[in-house]
Write a protein that binds this ligand. Structure first.
Ligand code: FES
Length: 147
């Protein structure tokens, strides 16, 4: 049911924890399944993501997608990080079962929430970034339908 990569990131997740010097922190939940994800970003003066960590209180697929998403955004500029969509995370994990697509949405939204927090603090705009929702449970069907 799960790819080897999903199992690997679930069993040995990368970048677990908190960042004390994070300048972007985002928390997103899904009230339907009760899962919550928090992403910490440490972004340097050139808007490059120097470090990234996560804490996820959720299912195995949510842990695996958080782990992969943090790996994908590290070293990228904030603008490049916008390309780390849930689709990109799923592809990097060699896919997810349809019932678990919403878990990868949590990762995308948590990264957006952390980027939004950073942009607010810095007084900048990141193209394509909109204010994230704190609870994605209401909207997941709209997005998941396209897969
Ligand atoms: Fe909700 Fe996976 S079951 S994030």
């Amino acid at each position: 049911m799960y790819s080897e990569k999903v199992m690997d990131h679930f069993q040995n997740p990368k970048n677990v924890g908190e960042l004390e010097n994070a300048n972007g922190v985002g928390t997103v939940g899904n009230a339907k399944c009760g899962d919550i994800m928090r992403i910490y970003l440490d972004i340097d003066e050139n808007q490059v993501i120097r470090d990234c960590k996560f804490k996820t209180f959720g299912c195995g697929a949510a842990v695996a997608t958080s782990s992969m998403a943090t790996e994908l955004v590290k070293g990228k500029t904030v603008q490049e990080a916008m390309l780390v969509t849930n689709k990109a995370v799923m592809e990097a994990l060699d896919g997810l079962p349809p019932v678990k697509v919403h878990c990868s949405l949590l990762a995308e939204e948590a990264i957006h929430a952390a980027l939004w927090d950073y942009a607010q603090k810095e007084g900048i705009q990141i193209a394509g970034l909109q204010q994230p929702k704190a609870d994605i449970g209401e909207h997941e069907e709209d997005v998941a339908e396209s897969y």
